[in-house]
Ligand binder design. Sequence first.
Ligand SMILES: [Zn+2]
Ligand SMILES: [Zn+2]
Length: 313
Amino acid sequence: MADALRLFFLGTGAAVPSLRRALPTLAIAFPAETILCDCSEGSQQRLMSAGLSAARIRHILISHLHGDHIFGLPGLLTTQHLLDRREPMHIWGPVGLRLYLEGIASATGHRTRFEVHIHEWEEEETGEVQLERFSFSARRLEHSKPCYGFRICAHPRPGRFDSGEAERLDIPEGPLRRRLLDGESIALADGRRISPNQVVGRSRAGSCIAYCTDTRPCASGVELARGADVLLHDSTFGAELQSLAEETGHSTAAEAAMVARAAGVKRLFLWHLSGRIGEAEDQALLEQARALFPESHLPEDMTSWSLPLVREE
Ligand SMILES: [Zn+2]
Ligand SMILES: [Zn+2]
């Protein structure tokens, strides 16, 4: 798909890796850049298996500082150094991220040749952060440790220019058309005024992905996911382990489905699946979610999902 972004479910498990499910990491591949959400152990090889180059990663978003989400980070940075990376890397996450990375750097004496910018979040929410190819916002969720969910959106695109209509209105090619495309009204030589909405369609919103791992169902998760194209939500347990989900700050598949429904997302992927969920239990988990939100899916590791960069109208 041209002009698409693709989600790679590099690891869909939780806490303890199994042969079937690695620890949680999502790669979002834009045409010229890949974003990582969390970076669990083994992520480097999984990126390679998915045909993704770590050299194209410029931003890594870390949800929280539990080991199952971050133990791949130092290894990935070290490899990039050995491969002579020069491009800066930005790593975003809760307070403590700097201590973690600098502690490892100091214990091992390892420094990277490229710049590593660590951005720590102290507030409950970040507001919208605009970057070159996408924007994101992060909000505190409800977990046993400060944990953030993300909403990541491709940039909107301007509306399409209707050159047929421009011909009909006798608008000459060149700077006047450019100004209309930039949202300005223009005056033609014969005195007529043309406004942009006569020849330019409505701007098209970028696709949005919400990533809410390691959390109880909560209002912040719903806000992040509001109207999103895709939501990945903590679904650590099935309904029979509801009390364990509450004790450990996680969600059941049914709770994830309720968040998806409240937020009006297009599609839910159950995420952060406990090792207790064997192949035999998959179907039950999916049924519990689908009873509340029919567009629920249970991804296998190393599968992917494509969506257009901008929403089609
Ligand atoms: Zn976790
Ligand atoms: Zn956790």
